[in-house]
Design a protein around this ligand. Sequence first.
Ligand code: HEM
Length: 278
Amino acid sequence: MTDVYANLEFKELNYQSYLKIPQLLALQQEVSDPIHHDEMFFIVIHQASELWFKNLLHETEWLVESFEEGLVSRSLKILKRITAIMELLDHQIGLLATLTPVEFAGFRDLLRPASGFQSAQFRLMEYRFGIKEPFFLKFFEHDPAVVARLTEAQEKPSVYDSFLRSMKKAGFPIPDTILNRDVRQPYQANPDLELIYRDIYNAPGNDYHWVLMFEGLLDFDEKLARWRQTHILMVTRTIGALGGTGGSSGAEFLKSRAGLRCFPELWSVRNYLGGSHE
Ligand code: HEM
């Protein structure tokens, strides 16, 4: 039998060294003492989520660049990837349903006051997608680098702002009130946009790629909303109506944010499509 490994040489760059696996695997450090069995699972889910947030943010900048350059098919390709990542994040957070309240209570108090409120990348993702709530900046006061990143994101046009500019460049009558808005403020839905979307949906003609783009943006928005929902259900299952380690009312607080949407008119235009509203 031939030795299939005979020609393999372990040169300096290999799987372990390229991916920095030893360093990565050294980062899961429990605080419980004696170590609680389930704390490893809890740490891994959070760290894996943060890695995916990192990649999502990386792809998002490429998406914005593609919108600015008017590259429709490339934008569609990127949207597909970020939506797939968001779907994975949703699935991943659901795994925490395998952590019973009693197991979690075994180490939860040791985590205070650490909380998802302090996830800089999640907040950055919200800011880039137009959900710019200055309230959350206070959770990063101890970290000027994070405040700087969030402030930069707050002052930049969001994904939606760039998308709408790309529609304007393509010849659609996007209102000036939207194009010249103060991008530091959270996005406010504009009914004029619903009419533009409605007309494209109803008669796509040669503009079918815009319909695909609308649906692609909506796919992402839906997966993010699903992540919020799965998080709420998992939190309710794990800690019931208890307050969060970050000081909020817990699931009650999270429910107050469940209705947030990045692209509101792409949802509300549904009220005028395919029905008897003409
Ligand atoms: C047993 C597991 C978990 C519980 C009980 C839990 C609970 C909570 C609670 C109660 C809050 C509200 C803030 C507070 O008062 O602390 C919160 C916020 C948050 N959590 Fe979790 N969480 C869990 C797992 C996760 C995981 C795995 C992630 C992934 C990164 C995550 C990300 C976040 C984020 C980003 C927020 C802020 C949400 C917002 O502002 O809308 N959480 N979590």
